[in-house]
Design a binder for this molecule. Structure first.
Ligand code: HXC
Length: 257
């Protein structure tokens, strides 16, 4: 497939999506939204891919939704075109997705990172929801996902003031899983993605779905989801293989079934 706003590559069992609109600090326009989603869905339906990494450039993961593209839109047009709608298909992929963030992750860029399962940050990363400075609010999940990540009071300060957080603060707040030196970001993302991708796909899908359920359901419902998903994995070949390998003191050979 020919993409114009992203670079797509598979290395081993890891699918890489690199945002590539350097002239606009990787601002998310509709073409980029469609391309990222299409690439992620293609990886998601490919059994040879066990993890996806989304990354940008050293200077910017993404500086937000494309302001120039949406500036002149009316409310009716925004609703009718469901301008940010394709991102819900990105958020719905079953495969674990790592955001490897260097530089700006602002507005829609921060929201894209939060649609991923793990946020790995360079020490140069900057996170924020500056939409309030533009007379709008986050529109790709920021008000909902940031609260779940960092709690109400931290999220409220960030969203109401538009203040930008550095990588260390974002890690302390629980938005970022780990901060690494900027020069190590891709190596660290590769190692983490390869580790994840080496596991059995049915268990990865089940774990991600259970984590997603935890974001959305009361505890009792989430526990019921987990119990059911845990039991279901006992019909997989890989559960028998994983436990036999443990008993036989060897590495498992998973076949993703
Ligand atoms: C369109 C953008 C852009 C954006 C940067 N550019 N961000 N274009 N949409 N979000 C463009 C600039 O216009 C400029 O192009 C080029 O990228 C380089 O940016 P500079 O501003 O010259 O770089 P710098 O001085 O280093 O400043 C970096 C920055 C700043 C602090 C990140 O670019 C910035 O504040 N950007 C906007 C951040 C923002 O408000 N994001 C939230 C967007 S709203 P030209 O050709 O002009 O030189 C949003 C809503 C999402 O995300 C929710 C959905 C509704």
């Amino acid at each position: 497939t020919e993409y114009e706003t992203i670079l797509v590559e598979q290395r081993g069992r890891v699918g890489w999506i690199t945002l590539n609109r350097p002239q606009a600090l990787n601002a998310l326009n509709s073409q980029l939204a469609q391309e990222v989603t299409a690439a992620a869905v293609a990886f998601d339906t490919d059994e040879s891919v066990g993890a996806i990494v989304v990354t940008g450039s050293e200077k910017a993961f993404a500086a937000g939704a494309d302001i120039k593209e949406m500036e002149s839109m009316s409310a009716a047009e925004m609703r009718a075109t469901d301008h940010f709608g394709s991102w819900s298909d990105f958020a719905a992929v079953r495969t674990p997705v790592i955001a490897a963030v260097s530089g700006f992750a602002l507005g829609g860029g921060c929201e894209l990172a939060m649609m991923c399962d793990i946020i790995l940050a360079a020490d140069t990363a900057k996170f924020g929801q500056p939409e309030i400075n533009l007379g709008v609010i986050p529109g790709m999940g920021g008000t909902q996902r940031l609260i779940r990540a960092v709690g109400y009071y931290k999220a409220a300060e960030i969203i109401l003031s538009g203040r930008i957080m550095g990588a260390e603060e974002a890690e302390r707040a629980g938005l970022v899983s780990r901060v690494v030196p900027a020069s190590d970001l891709i190596t660290e993302a590769t190692t983490l993605a390869e580790t994840i991708a080496s596991k059995s796909l049915p268990s990865l899908y089940a774990a991600k779905a259970a984590l997603d359920a935890a974001m959305e359901t009361p505890l009792a419902e989430g526990l019921a989801h987990e119990k059911q998903a845990f039991a279901a994995l006992f019909d997989t070949v890989d559960q028998k293989e994983g436990m036999a390998a443990f008993r036989e003191k060897r590495s498992p050979n998973f076949i993703n079934q």
